[in-house]
Ligand binder design. Structure first.
Ligand SMILES: Cc1cc2nc3c(=O)[nH]c(=O)nc-3n(C[C@H](O)[C@H](O)[C@H](O)COP(=O)(O)OP(=O)(O)OC[C@H]3O[C@@H](n4cnc5c(N)ncnc54)[C@H](O)[C@@H]3O)c2cc1C
Length: 338
């Protein structure tokens, strides 16, 4: 028994692996079309994956009732230059966001089970899961892998990040603060959260990785020393997957590389694409064609290519181009805005 529920995985029209943001959101939409089994190896809402920032309009479309900080200002900083731009954004505690989206999926009829996906066999429409220490075969009709980043041979451009929620007020008030790195493609951030907390983190988007020491240095520079409520972070996929559908198996979220490569943003795009995914999966439409023809894919692909070119030129010329471009943009905006 798990949480009082029998541990056998029930039959369903849709089996979704990964009950974090992407899997739960998709499950809530698929539940309109049939029975949904939603599986995760850990209880959603217990891991801090990210900074929890999402554009205001996508947050509103989620219709989740959780504490969040609203902002309309972004502060960009690069070396000695700082500028402010207007942008409506929302910051959530990502753990609460995941838990709320899962609750929505369950309210819509999805059944959640804690189990670890091990493998699947497309020929037999069967997947192996480990539940309660036992391996169990599950016959799926449609299997959706929304289990975070999937390592793929030959795709080496992804990077890592560190993030913490700290009990302290942000010295930038209710603005989002970004500081671009001088020495690599990436940035550090401080986001306000409700309840006298901040989300602070650092990440690199390509090339050299950030280390815990880089993160510690950023915290020292910003004089952030309140109690750490939780730590997290992870891998940021930086290449969109082209083939997101193979027979009855589909990829979604980080598993599909659904992150905008120049800035590492994923939640907003996942929110946007969830309707298209649910519609194609439920109605047997060709998702690969619709994904490749979408504006989101075009944006991801061109962003990924641009970042690859920048990385190549940085290696050839020995100049840090991304930091220079960020500095130039910050400087220009600062001058234009007086
Ligand atoms: C540090 C950092 C900061 C970020 N900040 C932002 C931000 O502010 N705004 C934004 O839009 N995007 C941000 N992103 C990107 C964003 O986090 C991702 O787009 C998003 O988390 C993708 O969600 P997902 O559900 O696809 O994957 P995940 O959140 O990784 O969830 C995958 C789920 O699958 C489960 N799972 C994995 N393997 C198995 C298995 N074998 N069996 C069962 N379950 C399994 C995991 O337990 C997990 O719950 C950030 C990323 C990082 C790393």
């Amino acid at each position: 028994m798990i949480n009082g529920e029998p541990h056998t995985l029930p039959e369903s029209d849709f089996t979704v692996v990964g009950a974090s943001f992407a899997g739960s959101l998709l499950a809530s939409k698929l539940a309109r079309h049939g029975s949904v089994l939603l599986v995760d190896r850990r209880q959603p809402g217990t891991r801090l994956k990210c900074a929890g920032g999402i554009r205001a309009q996508e947050f509103e479309s989620l219709e989740v009732d959780i504490p969040h900080a609203k902002t309309s200002t972004i502060i960009l900083a690069s070396r000695n230059w700082t500028t402010r731009v207007k942008y409506p954004y929302v910051v959530t505690d990502r753990r609460e966001l995941d838990a709320a989206v899962l609750a929505k999926a369950v309210a819509a009829g999805a059944v959640f089970r804690k189990a670890e996906y091990l493998s699947h066999s497309p020929d037999r429409n069967s997947a192996d899961f480990r539940c309660d220490g036992e391996t169990q075969e599950h016959r799926y009709r449609k299997l959706i892998l929304a289990k975070g980043y999937i390592f793929r041979p030959g795709v080496k451009f992804y990077d890592t990040s560190y993030v913490e929620i700290v009990e302290t007020e942000s010295r930038y008030g209710d603005a989002l603060y970004f500081r671009f790195h001088d020495e690599r493609m990436g940035y550090s951030w401080i986001f306000p959260l409700p309840g006298g907390r901040i989300n602070i983190g650092t990440g690199s988007l390509r090339g050299s990785s950030v280390s815990p020491a880089d993160f510690k240095r950023f915290k020292e520079q910003e004089k952030v020393d309140g109690p750490v409520i939780c730590r997290g972070g992870g891998i940021i996929p930086l290449v969109p997957v082209k083939s997101v559908m193979n027979g009855n198996v589909f990829l979604f979220g980080d598993s599909a590389g659904m992150v905008y490569p120049p800035n590492g943003e994923g939640l907003r795009h996942i929110t946007h694409m969830s309707g298209k995914w649910a519609d194609c999966i439920a109605h047997g439409k060709n998702l690969n064609v619709r994904w490749l023809a979408s504006r989101t894919f075009a944006m991801f692909d061109s962003g990924s290519i641009a970042m690859k070119i920048l990385a190549f030129m940085e290696r050839r010329l020995g100049i840090m181009l991304y930091p220079q471009l960020c500095r130039l943009a910050t400087k220009l905006l600062a001058i234009l805005r007086g």
